[in-house]
Ligand binder design. Structure first.
Ligand code: S3P
Length: 458
């Protein structure tokens, strides 16, 4: 009698996730196993919006600011470099503890070189409000090719109403030059719901004598209002009219800031956990500020199984652990006031919609055309390359769910959120997907690929 097993088991190929680096770019190759599931308990990097603001307010404050959990992505590095060049003492960036010794509001030094905002719209737009309001100092500001093609008129015009002197490339694009001045307060009715515009004007209002108010058509993220108040500025908000007011002149005092995990980074795992069968992920320590939780509402509308656990308040910001289990998704409509509360999550929601039953419609999201890339055009073309049925609308997307995705070559267009969204789409595509220019993920999530490798089982 032979001891050979009666039936031989054929080994299942396991999921491949490899990053290939060339001199200029990385490509991420993903080939999911048919029995792939996502499992584990993970933490996402610090919130990008809060990280920028902690560095900036720390740089302006008197005394020392201590920042725990700072995002170590490329964008906050750009902010730190700019404010170091204007006299702030910022320790080496790390997640444990960054200390910032500020110069005082109105005391930013004139830098001897061009301030480089890199890829970061938040750095450039928020910083402009500060530069414009530093009397008798001259600044020049630039950014990478993507940022130099993004609209700056939206902050230049209201700053000019406050009396600012700003020169731009024609059309209102960077590089920019700023002659700082004492500004006057205004009530600005912003035509767009944008936290970058609102924050720019509120920061400019810190030194203007009197009340500077920004009214938005819908409420955008309120991290600036919360943090300015915590640092001692006189800030009031009226949620009824979507208005925020700062009364100047105001000094700031250094504080301890604990940065929660970024819900915009958690969003990739929420969608991945929902769409990859048999998955369960616990994402710990995620900021759930109500101006940012539109993604949770959209996923609930789609029938996703996401639970908030261990809800708590950390340094003035609501935080929770998020548990996601896979479930069948259905289509929904995402529009109106919800859009500013999930503005950065639309690319990954588009991926969720390709798996949902029915047609998902995203409207009122024209702002996506002026993000790090034209996110409506890029998501439509790249998902369609994979076999999805996505139609671009002037201000959104229409996504017919249930078309099977097939692995192919796609491109991030150097946009971090596109790179990561396509990586999650690759997990539910058959065959191999290659995401070109995947290094873009490091803008907001340097450890995205190792975390992806960690949670993939099978
Ligand atoms: C941000 C505001 C949003 C968002 C960006 C970060 C911020 O931009 O898309 O990633 O930190 O204020 P808009 O204010 O232009 O919508």
């Amino acid at each position: 009698m032979s001891n050979a097993p009666l039936c031989q088991s054929i080994p299942m190929p396991s999921t491949t996730i490899t990053l290939n680096s060339t001199e200029n770019h990385d490509s991420l190759t993903i080939a999911p196993a048919t029995d792939l599931a996502l499992r584990g308990q993970i933490q996402v990097p610090g919130d990008k919006s809060i990280s920028h603001r902690a560095l900036m307010l720390g740089a302006l404050a008197q005394g020392e600011t201590r920042i725990q959990g700072l995002l170590l992505g490329e964008d906050p590095r750009s902010t730190a470099a700019c404010f170091r060049a204007m006299g702030a003492e910022i320790s080496e960036l790390n997640t444990e503890l960054v200390t910032v010794r500020g110069v005082g509001v109105g005391q930013l030094q004139e830098p001897v070189a061009v301030l480089d905002s890199g890829n970061s719209g938040t750095t450039m737009r928020l910083m402009l409000g500060l530069l414009a309001s530093q009397p008798n100092r001259f600044f020049t500001v630039t950014g990478d090719a993507s940022l130099r093609s993004r609209p700056m008129k939206r902050v230049i015009q209201p700053l000019q109403q406050m009396g600012a002197e700003i020169w731009s490339r024609s059309g209102g694009y960077a590089p920019l030059a700023v002659q700082g001045k004492l500004l006057k307060p205004i009530h600005f009715q912003s035509p767009i719901a944008s936290a970058q515009v609102k924050s720019c004007i509120l920061l400019a209002g810190l030194l203007a004598e009197g009340q500077t108010t920004v009214t938005e058509p819908a409420l955008s993220r309120d991290h600036s209002e919360r943090m300015l108040r915590a640092f001692g500025a006189k800030v009031t908000v009226d949620p009824e009219t979507c208005s925020a007011t700062v009364t100047g002149p105001s000094q700031l005092t250094g504080q301890t800031v604990i940065v929660p995990g970024d819900i915009s980074s958690a969003a990739f795992w929420l969608v991945a956990g929902a769409i990859v069968p048999d998955s369960e992920l616990l994402i710990e320590n995620v900021g759930v500020n109500p101006t940012r939780t539109g993604i949770l509402e959209a996923l609930a509308l789609m029938g996703a199984n996401v639970q908030q656990e261990n809800q708590r308040l950390v340094a003035g910001e609501p935080v929770a652990d998020l548990r996601v289990r896979s479930s069948a998704l259905k289509s929904c409509t995402i529009a109106g006031d919800l859009i500013p509360r999930l503005i950065d999550e639309i690319p990954i929601l588009a991926v969720a919609a390709t798996l949902a039953e029915g047609t998902t419609v995203i409207r009122d999201a024209a702002e996506l055309r002026v993000k790090e890339s034209d996110r409506l055009a890029v998501m439509a073309t790249q998902l369609n390359r994979m076999g999805a049925k996505v139609t671009e609308l002037p201000d959104g997307l229409e996504i017919v769910g249930g078309m099977p995705l097939t692995g192919t070559e796609v491109d991030s267009y150097t946009d971090h959120r596109i790179a990561m969204s396509l990586a999650i789409a690759a997990l539910v595509a058959s065959g191999q997907t290659v995401i070109h220019r995947a290094e873009a993920a490091a803008i907001s999530y340097p450890d995205f690929t190792p975390t992806l490798q960690q949670v993939c089982v099978g």
